[in-house]
Design a binder for this molecule. Structure first.
Ligand SMILES: Cc1ncc(COP(=O)(O)O)c(C=O)c1O
Length: 473
């Protein structure tokens, strides 16, 4: 939008003004225009004395009604940001020079980037147990044999595989021996290795949940696998429908806590998918990404416990400790072990021995359990506060899904998901709509938001909740 200096020689020294309007700002278009102009003045992009375009020309550039701009100008004149003089149009007031530091957050919602991170899938990185981790590293290094620092094997350190087998049996009902455990850098890496192993077996298609992580689907597709969607409802994926499973060599599920809809796979469907795998020779990949975090009851045991020869159990430290560690594991059926090992041997091993030995030490010493218990309590409180605050302030949404994990599904009135996302951006909240997780070939579920409640620091949480509520119907 061209703006010109209100000098004695108007229209000869044009400056370029770029105004960014959110598509549908909360508070309406007039408020959006006003805030965009204030922001331009605050940051100095519109200098004192600069003459603004006529309301007609700005309205045309922004694609809004002329009155919207005229009203915004009039209000900003009343507030002292702009001046209007007969014959010389509207200009930036001389005294409205930028105050530094410019602080858009203090003056209310603005179009600058998000300050409240409520994206799902992340833990509170501030809670990483640095001191505990350091102590465990020290203990692990003091006792590790010299050979631990040599090139290792693709399965990972025996200390960690032993500690994981014990822990997963105790905490998740996984049937594991150290020989069946392969260390990797997380679930995504596991899917890369398993994708290759499945292709080597001649598998062409792996069914995935109709809503899930696009990155996981893409990783499987990179191995040359097709990833058709399995429909989802309130009981999880439709593993009870033989037609949907026909022709698949494997399925990828989040049985304990579906991501992102938050439901558990119904016991009948758990049994059905295992029956299917036995009858067809198929494999079930169980992504147990947040199985430790269940708040209303003891977590449902791992699906792998039903049939360790047909279910691959996948776990990660990404929720309980930190995604930056890049440390996860697979518990494999005997029939897959050699091929997965071969796949991994063909790559860089990715997980350093010091991290592996440290995690083993943390598991054996009980430090991991203590950390998970403390986090469970903290995340449970967060979830309770979210539910309470929404009940008070956002009557138009309903919290769906299990009381579990690090995210909640907020069901929205039909047709409002995009509007709510725009309002959230306006309130500087980073949050995801459910549709972002939809498989491109899947039927849409009703509108919803996927809210991660783990990430904000303790001091930022109340503000993040308020900002979220401000964006909700
Ligand atoms: C469904 C699901 N699976 C797995 C993960 C963790 O993946 P990774 O272990 O590769 O960090 C996440 C994290 O966001 C997730 O949401």
């Amino acid at each position: 939008v061209p703006a010109e200096r209100a000098t004695s020689t108007p229209r000869t020294r044009g400056a370029d003004l770029h105004l960014e309007l959110p598509a549908e700002p909360a508070g309406g278009l007039r408020a959006g225009v006003m805030e965009a102009l204030r922001e331009a003045v605050r940051t100095g992009r519109l200098a004192p004395g600069v003459r603004l375009p006529s309301s007609r020309s700005l309205a045309a550039d922004l694609g809004v009604a002329r009155n919207t701009v005229a009203d915004a100008y009039a209000e900003l004149v009343a507030e002292g940001w702009l001046t209007a003089r007969q014959g010389s149009g509207t200009a930036v007031a001389r005294r409205a020079s930028p105050r530094r530091p410019a602080a858009p957050a203090r003056t209310g919602p603005s179009t600058t980037g998000p300050v409240h991170d409520l994206r799902p899938g992340r833990p509170d990185t501030a809670s990483f147990p640095r001191a505990e981790w350091l102590r465990a590293t020290r203990r692990a290094l003091a006792t590790a044999p010299n050979s631990a620092f040599d090139y290792g094997g693709p399965r990972g350190r025996i200390e960690l595989r032993t500690a994981l087998a014990d822990y997963l049996a105790r905490a998740r009902g996984v049937r594991a021996t150290p020989e069946r455990v392969v260390v990797c850098s997380g679930v995504l890496h596991a899917l890369q290795l398993l994708g290759g192993a499945l292709r080597a077996r001649g598998v062409r298609s792996i069914g995935v949940e109709a809503y899930g992580l696009g990155g996981q689907r893409a990783m499987l597709a990179r191995s040359g696998l097709r990833t058709p969607p399995l429909p989802l409802d309130a009981h999880g994926a439709r593993t009870d429908d033989p037609a949907g499973l026909a022709g698949l060599g494997a399925v990828l599920l989040t049985p304990a806590h579906q991501f992102p809809t938050g439901v558990a796979l119904h016991p009948d469907r758990r049994a059905a998918v295992v029956d299917w795998a036995r009858a067809s020779g198929g494999l079930v990949l169980e992504d147990d990404y947040d199985g430790e975090f269940r708040y209303d009851r003891h977590p449902v045991g791992a699906l792998q416990g039903l049939d360790p020869e047909h279910v691959v159990h996948l776990g990660t430290t990404s929720k309980a400790l930190a995604p930056g560690l890049r440390l996860g594991w697979m518990v494999l059926p005997g029939s897959l072990l050699a091929e997965v090992e071969r796949q991994k041997a063909g790559q860089e091993f990715t997980t350093g021995v010091v991290e592996q030995l440290t995690l083993a030490e943390l598991l054996v010493s009980g430090g991991y359990d203590r950390h998970v218990r403390a986090r469970r309590l903290a995340y449970r409180r967060r979830r309770d506060q979210l539910v309470t605050r929404l009940a008070e302030r956002a009557g138009g949404v309903r919290v769906a899904g299990l009381s579990a994990g690090l995210h909640a599904l907020l069901e929205l009135p039909p047709g409002t998901e995009d509007d709510v996302l725009r309002a959230a951006a306006w309130h500087q909240v980073a949050v995801h709509g459910l549709d972002r997780y939809r498989h491109p070939d899947a039927d849409p579920l009703p509108d919803a938001l996927v809210v991660g409640y783990a990430t904000p620091s303790a001091s930022a949480w109340a503000g993040a909740l308020d900002a979220l509520c401000g964006a909700l119907p």
